[in-house]
Design a protein around this ligand. Structure first.
Ligand code: NAP
Length: 309
């Protein structure tokens, strides 16, 4: 039995991230006494009760946060402010409120003002996910060996940060601390802009009707297929990411466009050397990701190619 970190944890929003958190908590029995949960729709609450997601599923956010030592907001970034306003009057004095949102500056600005004095607000972001969403999409291993970035705001209580860090480590994650603006820029490079590019590429294929209907799907090769996986991600979550991480995404997109033009020009002028040098440099980045244990070196991301799979 692991050492107790929080007596009661409340998960608000019961989708991919919250459900994975719950199963990871259960895998490490003892770190939390009781997990309560709440989702805005009755359908999600019913599903949660059916599959045993959370020790207690509540019919209001107020009931879920009552007496909780840690409250984690697991809703789309654009909904964080209204959820904070809804729970604020019912928070236990001295509790910690955290979140898992993919953008941090906007969450700090939208949630912070609602939280009463004496409540510790410690934003966080687990860098782990899949293209699936909803209460049935979670699994206990999601955070294993992934990073969780904690983004402390001014005057954060160090003891509260230590507890949150221990909690995420118990869920399998490696924890680092980062400043909110830096977080948003890093994520614009590593996650947000790549998603936008994937959405665009799949959109372009869809526009080319003469190939889409059969050939794009039938002859789907690794490159395009991987784009379609990313482009299948939840539309609400990603709409909110781009609306709330506007500046950093536009900055990175500007740089991306410049590089794209340079490569376009190299192709037009037949500058093979430039293309070769560029692709050699990018290949080294892939090697770095594998060496850091953040992806598999198996061909085609370890997909099985046995017949019938
Ligand atoms: P999800 O599976 O789509 O679940 C979202 C949950 O939020 C659902 O329970 C939904 O309730 C609720 N919700 C949606 N809109 C709401 C609103 N306007 N007000 C109140 N509740 C609302 O989402 P997720 O993938 O777990 O993402 C949750 C958070 O984690 C997001 O902030 C996202 O940026 C962040 N995140 C996601 C990933 C990823 O890869 N998916 C990775 C890291 C962080 P109903 O079910 O009742 O509709």
């Amino acid at each position: 039995m692991s050492e107790r970190i929080y007596d009661r944890v409340a998960l608000i929003g019961l989708g991919l991230i919250a459900s994975s958190m719950f199963w990871a908590i259960k895998r490490n029995a003892g770190i939390v006494g009781e997990v309560t949960g709440y989702a805005r729709s009755e359908a999600t609450r019913d599903t949660a009760r059916r599959i045993g997601l959370c020790d207690r599923v509540c019919d209001s956010a107020a009931e879920a946060v009552e007496g909780a030592d840690l409250v984690v907001l697991c809703v789309p970034v654009g909904a964080m402010g209204s959820v904070a306003a809804e729970i604020a009057p019912f928070l236990k004095p001295g509790c910690t409120v955290s979140d898992v949102g993919s953008v941090k500056r906007d969450v700090i600005q939208s949630v912070g003002p609602y939280l009463p004095e004496g409540v510790h607000f410690i934003p966080a972001h687990p860098l782990a996910g899949t293209e699936h969403s909803g209460p049935e999409s979670g699994f206990a291993e999601l955070f294993d060996n992934r990073w969780c970035l904690i983004v402390p705001v001014e005057n954060t209580d160090p003891a509260a940060v230590t507890n949150l860090r221990a909690f995420w480590e118990a869920l399998g994650a490696n924890v680092d601390e980062m400043d909110a603006d830096h977080h948003d820029l890093v994520l614009a490079v590593t996650s947000h802009t790549p998603h936008l590019i994937a959405y665009t590429m799949v959109g372009v294929a869809d526009d080319l009707r003469r190939v889409t209907d059969s050939e794009v799907i039938k002859y789907s090769a690794a490159g395009f297929r991987d784009f379609t996986r990313i482009a299948a991600s939840d539309p609400t979550m990603w709409r909110d990411v781009f609306l709330t991480n506007k500046d950093a995404t536009l900055e990175i997109l500007g740089r991306f466009t410049e590089e794209l033009f340079a490569l376009q020009r190299a192709i037009r002028t037949g500058d093979g050397e430039q293309l070769f040098d560029y692709f050699t440099r990018t290949r080294a980045i892939r090697r770095g990701i594998i060496e850091a244990g953040q992806d598999t070196a198996a061909p085609d991301f370890g997909r099985s190619h046995k017949s019938g799979s």
